[in-house]
Structure formats: structure tokens, C-alpha cells
Ligand binder design. Structure first.
Ligand code: GLY
Ligand code: MN
Ligand code: MN
Length: 463
């Protein structure tokens, strides 16, 4: 009996299996082909990525785990999504990967340790194991099938504990940092996947605008919007790359408002921050702040225009060789000057912007962007000298997302500004001489937003 057979995942309410049934279940099953025998997506890039990683740790054994299932409640698990570094090195992105581990041997050979499809004449895992069994969660490849699709030597996960120790990306800080740093520059295939993610996200935003009449009628309109966007994400890709933020009115002043349990009022703005994650697991991260009536009020437009000016300044600062922090500083200078013009900032702009002060940050709260890729906050383990204190390079993809969050209870603000939150977030790829706006299909100026909403709300329903 294998180590795994001793640990069939059965539930307290599963009926016992008689020996007669166990015998009957071993018999008369036809051969079934795997759902696909083609190479994993992005196959051509994978060997080069693994070689670049191995070259950073010569003579060492590296373990890159896909991760484990996590319990949602009792015996139900969350849907599985492999770790991004594992997906980046193997091309394997599916729900059938929990527990699997990629090993780079000291000589650089890559071996995939996986839980192969259980045999029909074996321990009955295929119909008895509710966590991994084929009749519970779907067919998984056997070792030969996995070797064909990945081009890797494949071995049974049961053999993994017998390997000599190595660095494990799950708890080795240096390996995790290098994996993040290697992913900072996207190749053309990755940029194409990110463009797909952005394009589906644009469609999701259009769906949301079309759904506004229904959402406005529902007592939890924010949830309605979340549901509409998430339907598109799940239909076109793997799902959302992070929890959708659908924040109406003052909820927009909560940076990660994902409770989404509020109603919508036509006098409010709706901040929608959402991204589709493709089947290859690349995600978009886009925010639009929309007037729920279809028209910005004068004060809403004033805040919106200042955030847009900040975003324009941030985008203009993107180019190879610029410091990563430059675009943030460009956004913040515009916001601080605007706040000073409104009489909100009561100290000189230079002082507010200085490192020792930063008083304007009461109204901006967070930084103005981050790397984007397989993770929404991509490459997060990269060392500061490569990322936060580094310079931009062609092929990096990032967000520019300034915002103003004018809290409803902030007595430093004139009453008409209180409770307004605006963020405008777009995705850009650094090019040879600047940056390309990947999310240009969505309007950014207040006039263009109104016109776009008009067109969607008066146009024919889409299939
Ligand atoms: N949606 C998370 C972020 O914008 O960073
Ligand atoms: Mn973001
Ligand atoms: Mn976002």
C-alpha cells in the first residue's frame, strides 16, 4: 500500500464500502484518454526560466511547491490556485496541482513530483477519496501523460520525502526573493496574456455599467455589481485576480472595501476596482470611479479631475531607467498641489511632500502603483534594490493608480468634499522609450466616462 492509500480523504457521512463493492469497483473500466495531451501553455518559455533560476543557485537542490489545499469550512476546501512561481516554471495552472512540487536537481535537471491518477485496480482512491479522487474532483494525468504535456521527468509524490534536503521556496527567503526578481520583466508571451486579462476586464466593466439599472434597484447593489463582474471573470478566465472592490459613496474611502454589502444611490460615485485572471493566471488590475447617475456633479468632477491629472503625471514619468519611485512622486506632487489650492493642505506643498512630513498622505493613504503579473501585487518578495529602490526596465508591467480618499468624518475637509473617494487605475507595460497603456479601451477623462456610460446604458443589450 502506498503512503497515500493510508490517507484516503473520506468524510464522516461517507458510507462504508463493502468488500464486494470494493471488488466490483475494480472491474471493467475502459481506457479513458486525458482531456488534453498538448503541451502546457507557454511551453517554449519554461526551460529558459528554469535554467535562469538554476544558474542563481549552482549545485543546489531547489524545491518549488504548488501549495496545498486550504480548508474553507469543515471538509470543504477553497478552490485551488497554484503558487505563481510554480505556475511560472511549469506552465501548470490547474486545480489538479495541490501538493505537487517542482524540483531542480543540483545538476539543473527539472523533476515534477505529482500525485498521479489512481489506478482503477488499486486502493479505490478514484471513487473513495473526496479530496483528490477522480470521481470527486475530476481526472488527473498519470506520470506518462504529465511528462508529455510538461516535457519534464515526472515522479510520484510519494518519492519526495526520500530526496535529500534542498532550498524550499515556501520558506527560503533568498530563493523566494530571486523567484520574484526573475519575474519582474515579462516576456512577450506574458505581456500577451496580460493584455487578454485587461481586455476581459474591460468587458467586465462594460457589463457592470449595463447592469446599473438592476443594481440601483437592489438593496445590496454593491454585491450585484461584484456578481456581474465576477460572472465575466469566471466565464472568460480563471476568475478574479483578487476580491472585487465595489464601493459606493463613502465606502470608496476604504481602500480594500470588499464587503460590498451597501446599496447604491444615484447621487454617489461607484469605485470599481476589479481584474480578470486568465486561465494562464495573469491578472489585470483596473479601477474606474463612475457617477451612478451617469453624470458627475461639479464637486465630484473637481475631485475626479485632480486624480486624473495626477495619473497623467504618473504615466508621463514611466520610461526605462526612471526610478520606480518617480511615478509615485509625480502623482503625489499633483495631488498635494491640488489639495493646497483647495485650502485643504495648510502647510506649503514642499513641506507636505517632504519625507519628514508627508501630511498630504492623510488624503491619499497608499502608494500609486505596483508591479502586475501572475499576482496582482506581483514580485512582492523582490528586494528593495530591484523593485522599490530600483529602476524601470522595458517589459515590466505595472499599475498607476493615484487616489483621493476624503473620509466622511474628516473635519479638516470642507463638508462638500467629505465622503468622496476616487481612484483611477490603469495597467501599463514599459516600452523602449516610455510606456504603453494596456487599458486604453476604458475611458479616463470625466467627459469620456459619461459618454461611455451613456452609450452602454442606451445601447442594445449584449449577448
Ligand atoms: N486592487 C488592489 C490594488 O489596486 O492594488
Ligand atoms: Mn493596484
Ligand atoms: Mn486595483
Amino acid at each position: 500500500m502506498t503512503a497515500r492509500a493510508a490517507q484516503l480523504h473520506t468524510g464522516s457521512h461517507d458510507l462504508p464500502v463493502s468488500s464486494a463493492l470494493a471488488r466490483f469497483m475494480t472491474d471493467r473500466w475502459a481506457a479513458t484518454p486525458p482531456p488534453t495531451d498538448s503541451r502546457v501553455p507557454g511551453f517554449e518559455q519554461l526551460a529558459g526560466r528554469r535554467a535562469r533560476l538554476a544558474a542563481r543557485f549552482p549545485g543546489e537542490r531547489l524545491l518549488i511547491p504548488a501549495g496545498e489545499l486550504t480548508v474553507r469550512s469543515n471538509d470543504c476546501d477553497h478552490r485551488f490556485r497554484p503558487h505563481s512561481a510554480y505556475a511560472w516554471l511549469t506552465g501548470l495552472t490547474g486545480e489538479d496541482q495541490p501538493g505537487h512540487v517542482l524540483v531542480l536537481e543540483p545538476d539543473g535537471e527539472a523533476v515534477l513530483y505529482l500525485r498521479p491518477r489512481s489506478a482503477r485496480d488499486g486502493d479505490g482512491a478514484f471513487y473513495r477519496d473526496r479530496r483528490y479522487g477522480e470521481f470527486w474532483v475530476g481526472r488527473r494525468p498519470d506520470l506518462a501523460e504529465a511528462a508529455r504535456t510538461t516535457g519534464l521527468r515526472c515522479a510520484d509524490l510519494d518519492a519526495l520525502p526520500h530526496l535529500p534536503a534542498g532550498r524550499n521556496a515556501a520558506h527560503d527567503a533568498e530563493l523566494a526573493a530571486v523567484l520574484s526578481e526573475l519575474r519582474l520583466i515579462k516576456d512577450d508571451w506574458e505581456v500577451a496574456r496580460l493584455q487578454e486579462a485587461v481586455d476581459h476586464t474591460v468587458t467586465g466593466f462594460e457589463d457592470v455599467v449595463r447592469s446599473l439599472p438592476d443594481a440601483l434597484r437592489h438593496p445590496r447593489g454593491e454585491r450585484w455589481i461584484e456578481g456581474v463582474f465576477n460572472l465575466r471573470a469566471r466565464a472568460e478566465g480563471n476568475g478574479t485576480g483578487y476580491e472585487t472592490i465595489a464601493a459606493a459613496g463613502a465606502h470608496a474611502c476604504v481602500l480594500h472595501w470588499i464587503r460590498n454589502d451597501g446599496p447604491l444611490d444615484p447621487d454617489q460615485l461607484l469605485l470599481l476596482d476589479a481584474g480578470v485572471e486568465t486561465d494562464a493566471l495573469y491578472t489585470a488590475d483596473i479601477t474606474r470611479t463612475l457617477p451612478l447617475s451617469g453624470r458627475f456633479s461639479p464637486v465630484q468632477r473637481r475631485v475626479y479631475d485632480l486624480v486624473l491629472a495626477a495619473q497623467n503625471a504618473g504615466i508621463a514619468a514611466l520610461k526605462p531607467g526612471a526610478c520606480f519611485r518617480d511615478f509615485h512622486q509625480a502623482c503625489m506632487s499633483v495631488l498635494a498641489e491640488g489639495l493646497a489650492d483647495w485650502g485643504v493642505l495648510r502647510v506649503p506643498v514642499e513641506e507636505a511632500l517632504s519625507a519628514g512630513s508627508g501630511l498630504y498622505r492623510r488624503y491619499t493613504l497608499c502608494s500609486s502603483g505596483h508591479m502586475l503579473g501572475l499576482d496582482v501585487h506581483d514580485c512582492a518578495r523582490a528586494r528593495a534594490e530591484q523593485y522599490l529602490d530600483g529602476v524601470l526596465e522595458e517589459g515590466q508591467v505595472l499599475t498607476v493608480e493615484p487616489g483621493l480618499y476624503l473620509q466622511p468624518d474628516d473635519e479638516t475637509l470642507p463638508r462638500e468634499l467629505r465622503g468622496i473617494g476616487v481612484r483611477i487605475e490603469d495597467d501599463l507595460v514599459i516600452t523602449a522609450d516610455g510606456a504603453r497603456l494596456m487599458s486604453s479601451a476604458l475611458p479616463r477623462t470625466a467627459d469620456a466616462v459619461e459618454e461611455w456610460m451613456d452609450g452602454l446604458l442606451s445601447g442594445p443589450a449584449r449577448d
